[in-house]
Design a protein around this ligand. Sequence first.
Ligand SMILES: Cc1cc2nc3c(=O)[nH]c(=O)nc-3n(C[C@H](O)[C@H](O)[C@H](O)COP(=O)(O)OP(=O)(O)OC[C@H]3O[C@@H](n4cnc5c(N)ncnc54)[C@H](O)[C@@H]3O)c2cc1C
Length: 503
Amino acid sequence: MIIDDQTYDLIIVGTGAGGGTLAAKLAPTGKKILILERGDFMPLEEQNRSNVDVFKRERYHAPEQWYDSAGEEFSPQMNYAVGGNTKIYGSVLMRFREQDFEAVNHQTGISPEWGVKYADFEPYYTEAEQLYKVHGQAGVDPTEPPHSHDYPFPAVDHDPQVEEIVGAIAQQELHPAPLPLGLTRQEEDPTNDSEVSGIRPAIDHPNVTLKTGAKVVCLHTNPSGQVVKGVEAEIDGQAYLFLSEIVVLSCGAVNSAALLLRSKSDRHPDGLANSSGLVGRNLMKSLMSVVVQLSTKPNSGSFPKTVCVNDFYWGDSDFPYPMGQIQNSGGLLTDIIFAEAPPMFSILAKFMPGFGLKQLATHSIGWWAQTADLPDPNNRVRVEGNKLAIDYTPNNAEAHDRLVYRWRETLKTIEKELDGFQRGFMHPSSEIPIQVMANQCGTCRFGEDPTASVLDLNCRTHDIDNLYVVDGSFFPSNASVSPALTIMANALRVGDHLIERLQ
Ligand SMILES: Cc1cc2nc3c(=O)[nH]c(=O)nc-3n(C[C@H](O)[C@H](O)[C@H](O)COP(=O)(O)OP(=O)(O)OC[C@H]3O[C@@H](n4cnc5c(N)ncnc54)[C@H](O)[C@@H]3O)c2cc1C
């Protein structure tokens, strides 16, 4: 093993929403920071910018296989690159609702309260919205939590066909609201991500070094097992050891947990930072379905996602439990998660005989239905030798089914008013399979009790004084809005704590 001859003040592993954001926050401190990222910079043409070919979905999958509970291998939709999954995300950057930080009574159980509340997160949500140039409009969505500052940029206009539908939805006493989107405002590359707003500005600082193609395989502690001393990474097939005062993992909720489990030693026989036995457990990844509305009028197949409907977020008069969120897709040709739902395309083809799949995509409007799943210790990441296994059984399914049902009923009603939709049309929907790990979270939950959580409220592991985790692992519960802005805001929050500690 080659031992790097430098000692860093801080090493960050991973450059996605958590790691990239933290790097931007800490770079101006002048501290000696090393960032290790297993992927490389992603050429623009490979990013999810336009005309994503739904049939080339493997482009957005990790070059490795994971295993499900039955031992079947699958190719996870994980993007290993500078910027991580934010290089392919939809850039919908939405705050959790205030109540998401409290204990929430779901139909199938209670999702636990967070030790840090919305009021504590609020300044960091504002900071994250500024950093990622979020375009939005407060005050339209009835579930939107209070903002101390307006969105830094106005909301994006709807595509004309979506605009017409939005008007019809509003007639149903619903509250379609502009989706907050992180945008660079540059034409050739409009999506704002953690490479653009995190890593690039960070590495402009001379005290920050980024090593790409550096896959971290193990963390090493001192002999007493109380402090992480070295980070072992594979670079070009060679093992390297990097030494640091503080180590922050941000490999994504699955990979950070797997790395801790793989870093077991005599002092930590069940994995590092795992005295609670919770590392890898309580994996959540949201319940998601796509509902597709067929239109007789063509559209471009690629237009911005711009609208969400949160009227069913906390339930309705028939079902007094949270159901979740609806948002439009950015056209079937640009939304890569559609690539995961090929059965839906064959159902659609039945309704439009004679149409090729790409033509179908230009005669459709897609809608996402998303519902929070609940933490369950049996949903977990396991490592068996070199294998990484995911045990995941969806829960909270009735809430999700009701959301899909309510949305289909809404679409049926508004289509009567709209020109260009065939009356009585079915709306085929398709659930998202296990390989979609987009919203993974929860595998190193934070909390005050070391027996019931892996991280403390600053996202420092309870067991190891100089080891932190700032990706989606820290969530003690999931929400029905997507997680990226909350991960970014949390990284900024933890960043303030680390700045104090480094001083
Ligand atoms: C298709 C898609 C669309 C999405 N759309 C949205 C959206 O619109 N809004 C939203 O809020 N969320 C969205 N998400 C989810 C969002 O992208 C994630 O929640 C977020 O990126 C997670 O941040 P993270 O820091 O936890 O991990 P990631 O962003 O996954 O970053 C992890 C990083 O760690 C690196 N890494 C992993 N293992 C190692 C290792 N051993 N050594 C070194 N480096 C390592 C990876 O290469 C990666 O760069 C979407 C996700 C996908 C896949």
